[in-house]
Design a protein around this ligand. Sequence first.
Ligand code: ADE
Length: 320
Amino acid sequence: EEWKERGAAVGTRQEYDADGKLVLKTVKKGVKDFTFGRTLGEGSYSTVLLATDKQTLKEYAVKVLDKKHIIKEKKIKYVNIEKEALNRLIEHPGIVRLYYTFQDNSSLYYVLDIANGGELLGVLKKVGSFDEECTRFFGAQILDAIEHMHNRGVIHRDLKPENVLMDDQMHIKITDFGTAKLLPDPRKASELGIYDMQDPESTRAKSFVGTAEYVSPELLTDKSACKASDLWAFGCIIYQLLSGRPPFKAGNEYQTFQKIVGLEYEFPPGFPPAARDLVERLLVLDPQRRLSIEHIKNHEFFDGIAWGRGLWKQKAPRLR
Ligand code: ADE
């Protein structure tokens, strides 16, 4: 019913017509075009499988969503948001790309970039914590991807090291836009002249989503998320990369939330001073007073980073 397909999910195939003439036929990819392999990950409404395109032998991660379960749990809206968000964000190296979508009777299929290095959380746990150089590099890539999302009117709302994947070059790829908030696409809207980007009310998004440890205080107090909510999570991630644990962590969600709204966290001994200053300017209760992306880029912690596409041509530092 609601699962409408759009133009992106097509490929071409060479075929001979009735007269023996070679023609390029536009075809839509489907389940039968892939061989499915091992499970890469599991979520509440989906399973991510390794899959290989039978024609090109290119590997993908295919997110398989169970229609029945989604309908029963009333999550249709979120499934469509994820697809729309991914379609807005294609062609950024720091964001998992959506290549095709298709469906069969029981499932929806999202064919995504594969990230062979697994979750940033797993990488972090293996080494315990990162040094400043690693944190600067991965932090810069994450911020560049966030900037792209925000420029396209997408608030992620669940940024955390589990949703940051690593590719085979050890470059980051942000995934899981199932809880994203879509703002009017600033590029389309400005053409139409219907959207005032300076109006904070029009950029507010209601309702609770996310993961306790990275949830921003504004989501807990006035149930609204804005672009700056992703930068709160970014501050939590920078803290975690350097110290090995998130800043706000307690025995249960309620206690974690209390710590967040009370800004109750401490820096472990030896935490680098420039990073401490950056985190302190991100973990600010008032979202309006949080550092902007432009200011984060110019913060001394990121001194030496060449912002822009060059970031993605650089070799990742050795993990330490
Ligand atoms: N697990 C979830 N999504 C994935 C992806 N895109 N690549 C590899 N593993 C994943």
